[in-house]
Design a protein around this ligand. Structure first.
Ligand code: FAD
Length: 531
């Protein structure tokens, strides 16, 4: 009996030793600023915090940095008079300004912006395109149905150019000639900038490159998922996380920044927040909808912030694009080079919407078309050579070879290839070209540049796809996170797609990367200062 008991005791001790050895210890690290998410906003915040004297830790749940930023089309919106000087301004542009500056203002903020733009236009002597932060603000605020917070729109549009130049100073290269200021889908104005590197690689190469060059000050932990914020006496003082070798506690002497991106890839959250009636901005069920987003876009930051008492706003505003690849929902394979240079037809070869309009309006119109399917139609002017690439680094030649785009030497030949009635595609093309001459059409289109009349002609198929989440953590212009009573939660900041209040009900194309980097930069500086 004694022998059995002592053998059992030995087994218990051995089991204890094994358990101790294998149970992961909580590792502890500290820095001035801890940033959750190594995407556009998070890495911009890291660069900015370091430049403001902070030691920084960045947590990234995936094995690589970049998030949605690195796979994006990279368009960055900013009023930028020097670069817009060579962009022609036409009567339709002038009418757009006239319409929005003379309408009854929604509130004092819009009135202030209208008055500023009226004065700026009167004083405008440039030969190119008029633009200003105030005009960008009007379009952003109006284009999101006045749901955004005016002070966030103001700070955003006043700081996009400084942020672009800051990225440039830190090594990011932008394309400069007039052909590369363009209007990305739903941007409403030719103020989209294109980086030199393909996709969103230029942003991440710049900010991640900076982090790697400052390894002594910035440490990035990959495969490390933030699970909880640590709070002491009402202040956020750190982050709990799970890493590849166990659990972590990261203490932040000055501040924590949440930069975890949106929730476009989280089907459950999409369904939870897709609550609005369809005539008020809601969508049909998105359970089976495809998305453009990377798999890490699951909205983790919302849960972290909410547990710390943060206010979440505008989560019901989900953005779909009419530009998904029919097979995957991604944006790759999209043949449009800019809003002005293409039009859409449905499976009957008919135009059906203002292709220069808002993203929500275009997607809603697409959902009414046969099989919710459209063809983007453009011509040689978009692809001067077969090797010319789209915004996703794909040449038209390769897309045609892969059966993802079609080419015809005449409109009729193209129609036959994509299976739409030739007479309809011909009349849609004629209608579009007449619109270029008139600067207007029955669909209310205001963005015009070239006629589609240079063979070869190209077509590419697109479907609706989930793209962006406008709502999120409520912040103030200093990126401090607010609680449900509108007060600052000390020590907590947020930036990028995880935040709400900047875009309202509908984000303009090209505004998100400008938002992520502008507010990421502000968050880094403020957290470093421990405001
Ligand atoms: C295909 C595509 C094309 C686009 N094109 C454009 C465009 O041309 N112009 C434009 O303005 N916008 C564009 N957008 C939108 C824009 O890219 C995003 O809104 C923007 O990149 C978001 O930046 P972010 O830093 O907030 O998030 P992300 O860049 O997505 O970064 C968030 C990071 O946080 C990490 N993370 C998440 N949860 C945790 C956690 N719990 N712990 C640790 N890490 C976590 C994620 O893995 C990710 O790396 C596009 C989006 C897509 C998907």
């Amino acid at each position: 009996m004694k022998k059995i008991l002592s053998a059992a005791l030995v087994l218990v001790i051995i089991a204890g030793i094994i358990a101790c050895a294998s149970s992961p210890k909580t590792q502890q690290e500290s820095a001035d600023v801890v940033i959750i998410g190594a995407g556009g906003a998070g890495l911009a915040a890291a660069m900015s915090a370091q430049q403001n004297g902070a030691k920084v830790i960045v947590l990234e749940k995936l094995e690589r940095a970049g998030g949605n930023t690195v796979i994006s089309g990279a368009a960055y919106n900013s009023a930028d008079p020097a670069r817009q000087a060579n962009v022609p301004m036409n009567d339709a542009n002038r009418r757009d300004i006239q319409t929005l500056t003379t309408k009854a203002p929604h509130d004092a903020f819009e009135r202030e912006m209208q008055q500023a733009v009226i004065q700026q236009v009167a004083a405008f002597k440039g030969s190119g395109l008029f633009d200003s932060p105030e005009w960008h603000a009007i379009q952003t605020y109006n284009g999101g149905d006045y749901v955004a917070k005016p002070e966030m729109v103001r700070t955003f549009t006043q700081n996009t150019l400084a942020t672009l130049e800051w990225l440039k100073t830190n090594g990011m290269q932008w394309q400069r000639d007039q052909d590369v200021m363009f209007t990305v889908l739903g941007a409403l104005w030719p103020r989209s900038h294109r980086p030199q590197m393909p996709l969103g690689q230029g942003y991440i190469a710049t900010t991640l490159g900076f982090a790697e060059a400052h390894k002594g000050d910035i440490t990035i932990h990959y495969n490390t998922k933030a699970t909880e914020l640590i709070m002491q006496n009402g202040r956020v003082t750190g982050v709990k996380a799970t890493g590849p070798n166990g659990n972590f506690t990261f203490s932040a002497n000055k501040g924590v920044i949440i930069a975890t991106g949106g929730f476009g890839a989280n089907v459950e959250l999409r369904e939870k927040y897709n609550t609005l009636p369809q005539d008020k901005g809601g969508w049909p069920s998105l359970v089976n909808a495809k998305t453009t987003n990377h798999p890490g876009a699951t909205g983790d930051g919302l849960t972290l912030a909410e547990k710390a008492g943060a206010s979440l706003i505008g989560l019901e505003w989900l953005q779909l694009l009419p530009m998904g690849d029919p097979r995957t929902g991604s944006l790759s394979g999209n043949i449009e080079q800019g809003v002005e240079d293409r039009f859409f037809v449905n499976k009957n070869g008919e135009r059906f919407v203002n292709e220069g309009g808002r993203r929500d309006d275009m997607t809603k119109a697409l959902l009414q078309q046969p099989d919710a399917w459209l063809w983007v139609i453009c011509d040689k002017q978009s692809y001067p050579t077969p090797q010319t690439k789209n915004n996703f680094n794909e040449s038209i030649e390769d897309l045609i070879k892969a059966g993802r785009a079609y080419e015809g030497n005449t409109i009729e030949e193209l129609a036959a290839k994509i299976g739409v009635p030739a007479a309809n595609l011909r009349s849609a093309t004629d209608e579009f070209n007449a619109g270029v001459d008139a600067g207007r059409d029955k669909w209310g289109r205001t963005l015009w540049r070239i006629k589609i009349n240079q063979p070869p002609y190209y077509a590419g198929a697109r479907i609706p796809t989930v793209h962006h989440t406008m709502g999120g953590i409520e912040i103030n212009p200093e990126t401090q996170v607010l609680n449900k009573s509108g007060q600052v939660i000390p020590g907590l900041y947020a930036a990028g797609e995880v935040t709400g209040g900047i875009h309202g009900s509908n984000r303009l194309g090209g505004n998100a990367l400008a938002d992520a980097h502008t507010f990421g930069r502000i968050a880094g500086a403020n957290a470093a200062a421990g405001r």
